[in-house]
Design a protein around this ligand. Structure first.
Ligand code: URA
Length: 197
């Protein structure tokens, strides 16, 4: 654990929590900045907090989060080994999809988090998360693949596109695909370390 980076990330999250301007602040109970390791190799990015996350101020603590925990456990990882956040850090009313302008409002915060954490791999969960990096993705085509993007604020990043656990939870086929894609993460990290991807 890198103490300095941890402090810096806490500072960054409270700075953005104080300065963020979004109409979602009027309806959400808590801002959900993210949790985990400040120097994580893997950063998981969901869409937006749901009801439970809004109540507790932590990402992925509801049903989708339990499923995520099971998939992490299957590859011998704990939440503390990675960083988990969302594109939008306040719950949209009634869990509706985040609006483009809401994604834009929270984008500089996410960019600052990625820049500080410097993950080897960004794992996007669902189309809303991925589409913030890649225009109009077709999930059935890109899931389980690594997309390399050059983001002006960040330079080159590697994105691993996955289905969203909330969507996969109740769809047998999608669930199996997500579990299978998720299990490839350790191999991908190994290939990155070996300079092969
Ligand atoms: N779904 C998300 O995209 N993010 C959460 O934090 C919880 C559910």
């Amino acid at each position: 654990m890198n103490k300095e980076k941890e402090q810096e990330l806490n500072r960054l999250n409270s700075e953005f929590s104080n300065k963020i301007k979004s109409p979602l602040l009027l309806t959400c109970k808590n801002i959900v900045p993210g949790t985990g390791k400040a120097d994580a190799d893997i950063m998981i990015i969901g869409e937006a907090p749901g009801q439970k996350e809004d109540e507790l101020g932590e990402p992925f603590v509801g049903a989708a989060g339990k499923f995520l925990d099971q998939m992490l456990e299957a590859i011998n990882l704990k939440r503390d080994d990675i960083y988990i956040t969302n594109i939008v850090k306040c719950r949209p009313p009634d869990n509706r999809d985040p609006l483009p302008e809401e994604k834009e409002e929270f984008w500089p915060w996410l960019m600052a988090q990625i820049k500080l954490i410097e993950p080897k791999l960004i794992v996007t969960l669902g189309r809303h998360s991925l589409s913030s990096f890649v225009p109009k993705p077709i999930m059935s085509k890109v899931h389980g693949t690594i997309l390399r993007k050059n983001i002006p604020a960040l330079g080159k990043i590697r994105i691993y596109a996955l289905y969203h656990p909330a969507a996969a939870l109740y769809h047998g086929g999608m669930r199996e695909i997500l579990i299978k894609d998720f299990k490839k993460i350790p191999k991908i990290i190994k290939l990155i370390d070996q300079g092969e991807i």
